[in-house]
Design a protein around this ligand. Structure first.
Ligand SMILES: [Zn+2]
Length: 196
């Protein structure tokens, strides 16, 4: 959100993982919460645009339209409706909140880290489990290739010998594939547990 985002309160880890967020206090300040208001929001980092969404305001919710893709995959169109909740303020008036689409908690900030904009709590859980299953899948892939090559199931051990009736080219290709999957799985697991 143009010019917004410096001096915020969340920790740097969350900020680097999720560069896109919506803050309802900021939207209110800009007057964007007016029902019927239609517009777009974009985020940028070092002068480069990293995200862009269209929105439409209704009385009790906000509809987002954007395109999303996971790790360089196919783009998909996403529409997300985010409901609002209102609580009275001590000195009159009311405060508007987002209701997280996943856990229905009242929150002021939603993060667009994955496919949807969710609260920090949901986002951290979702992100962690996604990364975990991604690392698992890569390890399984590496183990499968090892099995084909007749190598040890232990991912720490090198693959030394080519099976007798396998072409050298196939062997080289599989060994590279195994190396990529194996290495990447450790990199992801490392990020997950904070080794990296
Ligand atoms: Zn949530």
């Amino acid at each position: 959100m143009g010019g917004y985002g410096s001096g915020n309160r969340w920790d740097s880890k969350t900020t680097t993982e999720s560069q896109h967020w919506l803050d309802i206090r900021w939207l209110k300040k800009q007057g964007y919460l007016r029902p019927g208001n239609v517009g777009s929001l974009s985020w940028s980092r070092r002068g480069e645009q990293t995200g862009f969404i269209n929105y439409r305001m209704e009385t009790d919710r906000m509809i987002l339209n954007y395109r999303y893709r996971l790790n360089g995959g196919e783009w998909e169109d996403v529409e997300q409706a985010i409901s609002f909740d209102r609580t009275p303020c001590n000195y009159g008036g009311q405060r508007t909140w987002f209701l997280c689409s996943r856990c229905w908690q009242r929150v002021a900030v939603l993060y667009g880290a994955g496919k949807y904009f969710l609260c920090r709590h949901c986002y951290n859980l979702t992100y962690a489990s996604q990364q975990e299953s991604r690392a698992d899948r890569l390890m399984q892939k590496a183990r499968k290739i090892r099995e084909r090559l007749g190598a040890s199931n232990n991912l720490m051990e090198p693959i030394l010998f080519k099976p007798k009736n396998m072409h050298q080219k196939t062997f080289d290709r599989l060994r590279i594939e195994e190396d990529h999957a194996n290495t990447l799985s450790w990199v992801i697991a490392g990020q997950r547990f904070g080794w990296g």
